[in-house]
Design a protein around this ligand. Structure first.
Ligand SMILES: [Zn+2]
Length: 97
């Protein structure tokens, strides 16, 4: 499977990552998701993993990896997004004593 160029898309931003965890991604086809739980439902298409698509403004206008795409990737079990979630948890937990 092709890998998404996260860095080319601005990387995974912590705020979006945090918000994606509250969303529900339902698989409606091969690499296609309906993501709910935000202001309104959105459609995500991961079929071209290099250029994932979402119909929200964040993705269309800012060309960023939006929270909906992250939610869909998490549902797919994408190892990089899971790693990013791990990093977020460590960050929130603060330095270990
Ligand atoms: Zn989106």
């Amino acid at each position: 499977m092709e890998m998404i160029d996260f860095e080319g898309a601005g990387g995974v931003e912590t705020g979006r990552l945090e918000r994606c965890l509250g969303l529900t991604a339902v698989r409606v086809g091969l690499g296609r998701y309906r993501v709910t739980g935000g202001d309104e439902p959105h459609w995500v298409d991961l079929r071209s993993q290099l250029v994932p698509r979402c119909d929200c403004g964040d993705h269309l206008w800012r060309e960023r990896v939006c929270k909906h795409i992250l939610a869909a990737l998490l549902r797919e079990g994408d190892p990089r997004v899971i790693r990013e979630v791990g990093g977020l948890v460590r960050q929130l937990r603060g330095p270990r004593r």
